[in-house]
Design a protein around this ligand. Structure first.
Ligand SMILES: Cc1ncc(C[n+]2csc(CCOP(=O)(O)OP(=O)(O)O)c2C)c(N)n1
Ligand SMILES: [Mg+2]
Length: 342
């Protein structure tokens, strides 16, 4: 078993991300977002067009939650330094916070405020903070994969032992960018971790309708690099697999593809009134990554329920502080946008 300090940190980080995203419910008006209810077709597709990007809350635009998937961002980022790079997708809040962007800056960014990590000009899908090595969410599915090779190449060239991580979904796994990026990273033995979060859906398309075989990991083996399937609900399994992959990368042995089997507990975007597949979701909730770790730490006498409650309360206070900070932060000066264009 890992040291108590590491285990406590893993639990704390998962609390921070979970409670942060749950708090967004107050500020993100989902009902105003989807204008037409999704309907199921016989072939399993769920049709859910009819979007209205207006939100009545303080947070506008599209917001993709990672509630249920926290073990992946936390277990991987626990091995990273601020000088290591991480890239993410449209579903990036958890990665950004696990990589070290303070909650205040993330919340303010989601509310489009000056105090945000991108001065309120980026929003949910474009969190970015080079000081913490978080080199961006991406609205283009699969766009982050080739980007992750840049810092990896720089680290190898400069001999810094730095690593670069690309978090991506099962949907992104079918973009050509994955093969191109795996190929080049394998060829040049770049220190990259490709972390596929296979949450069984790409928007409303079940992975079973998009992947000819259930696993993405074996694709790496075709290029001579390790590809491993990991239980993405078990933060200790994630921590273990990521630790080995990061060590390989730092030692100059090249990239690894880790496929995390996981599940998002909310809708594709925002808080759905009901999940697209409530029975399946209820089953996966039995394997809530936070509950699994809490139970294990209590059973092994490492962290008693009262200590866990105290950690949770600290995380909740941090979330509320971030919310107050964001609300008090002014809207950005529109001239900032002009500066970006220049
Ligand atoms: C190139 C591109 N195609 C389509 C979309 C629309 N889109 C946004 S999210 C998404 C699903 C992505 O699924 P996955 O990679 O599994 O990530 P998840 O949402 O499950 O985290 C799609 C198709 C897009 N943003 N970019
Ligand atoms: Mg997915």
């Amino acid at each position: 078993m890992l040291e108590k300090a590491v285990l406590t940190s893993l639990l704390r980080q998962m609390y921070r991300i979970r409670l942060f995203e749950e708090r967004l419910k107050r500020h993100y008006d989902y009902q105003a977002y989807v204008t037409e209810s999704p309907s199921s077709r016989d072939d399993g597709f769920i049709v859910s067009d009819g979007y209205d990007f207006a939100s009545k809350g303080l947070i506008g635009g599209a917001v993709h939650l990672s509630i249920g998937q926290e073990a992946v961002s936390v277990g991987v980022c626990a091995h990273l330094e601020p000088t290591d790079a991480a890239f993410s997708s449209h579903r990036s809040h958890g990665h950004a916070m696990a990589k070290g962007i303070p909650l205040r800056q993330v919340m303010a960014e989601l509310m489009g405020r000056e105090g945000g990590c991108c001065y309120g000009c980026g929003g949910s899908m474009h969190l970015f903070d080079p000081d913490h090595g978080f080199l961006g969410g991406n609205g283009i599915v699969g766009g982050q994969l080739p980007l992750a090779l840049g810092p990896a190449f720089a680290a190898k060239y400069q001999g810094t032992r730095g690593v670069s991580v690309a978090f991506f979904g099962d949907g992104a796994a079918n973009q050509g960018t994955l093969l191109e990026s795996l190929n080049l990273a394998a060829l040049w033995k770049l220190p990259v971790l490709f972390v596929c979060e296979n949450n069984l859906y790409a928007n409303s398309t079940p992975a079973s309708l998009a992947l000819p075989v259930p696993d993405v990991a074996p694709r790496a083996r075709a290029l001579g690099i390790p590809g491993e399937v990991v239980d993405g609900q078990d933060v200790l399994a994630v921590y273990d697999a990521a630790g080995r992959a990061v060590a390989r990368a730092r030692d100059g042995q090249g990239p690894t593809l880790l496929e995390m089997k996981t599940y998002r507990f909310e809708g594709h975007c925002g808080f759905a009134g009901e999940h697209q597949n409530p029975e399946e979701c209820a089953q996966w909730r039995q394997r809530d990554p936070i509950r699994l770790l809490e139970q294990r730490l209590a059973a092994e006498g490492i962290l008693a329920p009262a200590e866990q409650q105290a950690l949770r309360a600290q995380a909740q206070a941090e979330v509320e502080d971030a919310e107050a900070f964001a609300i008090a932060s002014p809207l950005p000066d529109p001239r900032r946008l002009a500066a970006f264009v220049d």
